[in-house]
Design a protein around this ligand. Structure first.
Ligand SMILES: *Cc1c(COP(=O)(O)O)cnc(C)c1O
Length: 363
């Protein structure tokens, strides 16, 4: 049996990406320009059914600017999951608003609508679900709550390029949505983010916010950041965009294989009408999850990830007493196995064998 280490994630960078970067380097036009504009257009066509896309230099910047463009600021509350990457709550806090943590459901690890409803106050401005691991959050139920209370919906789609619910792509539900282009995500630009919106005014504000408050040089309209994407990053992203569909199919095929062959661990569920893009293939290990992760690595040379061992409401900047039992249970039991498109048949068999062996030994 091969003992080569199987990493938890593996960005795929090929000759085409290298050639695209080299062409930008040769052009001398390194900063935001034609490559970025083309990437926005193509991203909109491929992943957003034509909804506008604005490129920025990270997913976190995308969330921050999206919230600002949506008018979120001091005194506002935005309901977010605690079971997510810290960027979700950080971006809310950076606007001066308060992230309010709701619980998740344990089928797909996304916001639990009932918990969200219980967190609405007169200060609530919006709800920001995360399409965690590449599975869409329950947007119909969240839309109903938002409409009932006059709230906006925003989407953290950092992990969910191409996921959909009843035929509608994630990133087309919210007042804005953000996709991350970090190297471990389903596609990358090196670092980067894409923000979608259906509102022309909000799109314009996003373009202002990312560039010192100007669309034209020295015609500053508002206070803004430098959150521009470079042509170098966009060139990588444009190539990746032509491949992400095939990579998603490979992730889904790997997931189907694991669904059929894993025993002794809880496998991920997919909601009715949902297309899961398996940014992560996340299983649950009821007893001694951390021992399982260590044995997977040391005995079987298989990488894995725990996303997320510490919920946001227990991180120092957001520490508060909260009763979020599903969040706590997930933080204790989840493990994400390698599901990336570079796995070959032997890798998949090694993963299945290792997980089933460890699960049996631990049972
Ligand atoms: C990766 C990620 C982000 C942040 O994206 P960056 O591009 O790393 O800034 C935000 N939210 C979630 C859920 C993520 O996984």
């Amino acid at each position: 049996m091969s003992k080569e280490f199987i990493p938890a994630a593996k960005p795929i960078i090929g000759d085409e990406e290298r050639a695209a970067v080299d062409a930008v380097l040769r052009s001398g036009m390194l900063a935001q320009g034609a490559e970025v504009a083309a990437f926005e257009q193509e991203f909109s066509t491929v992943l957003l059914d034509g909804r506008a896309a604005v490129a920025v230099n990270s997913g976190t910047a995308g969330l921050h600017l999206g919230l600002l463009a949506a008018g979120v600021g001091p005194g506002d509350e935005v309901i977010v999951p605690s079971f997510t990457f810290a960027a979700t709550a950080n971006s809310v806090a950076l606007t001066g608003a308060t992230p309010v943590f709701a619980d998740i459901e344990l089928e797909h690890y996304c916001l639990d609508p009932a918990s969200v409803a219980s967190k609405v106050t007169e200060r609530t401005k919006g709800i920001m679900p995360v399409h965690l691991y590449g599975h869409p959050a329950d947007m119909s139920a969240l839309r109903a709550i938002a409409d009932e209370h006059g709230l906006a919906l925003y989407e953290d789609a950092a992990q969910a390029h191409g996921a959909s619910l009843h035929g509608r792509k994630v990133g087309t539900f919210g007042a804005f949505a953000m996709f991350s282009l970090y190297p471990t995500k389903n596609m990358t630009s090196g670092e980067g983010g894409m923000v979608s919106t259906d509102d022309a005014g909000r799109e314009r504000t996003l373009r202002l916010l990312r560039n010192q408050g100007m669309l034209k040089q020295y015609e500053n309209e508002i206070v803004g950041f430098n959150a521009r994407m470079t042509n170098l990053h966009a060139a990588i992203g444009r190539v990746q965009l032509t491949k992400v569909g095939g990579w998603t199919e490979a992730r889904q095929a790997n997931a189907r294989y694991f669904d059929q062959h894993l025993t002794g661990v809880g496998v991920p569920e997919v909601a009715d009408g949902a297309v899961h893009v398996y940014h992560q293939y996340t299983v649950t290990v009821a007893e001694d999850r951390d021992g399982f992760v260590a044995a997977l690595k040391e005995e079987h040379h298989i990488g894995s990830g725990v996303y997320y061992p510490i919920p946001n409401h227990r991180l120092e900047p957001f520490r508060r007493a909260e009763d979020l039992p599903n969040t706590e249970q997930a933080a204790r039991t989840v493990v994400s196995l390698p599901v990336h498109p570079s796995l070959d048949d032997e890798d998949r068999d090694r993963i299945v064998h290792a997980v089933n062996t460890l699960a049996k030994a631990g049972a």
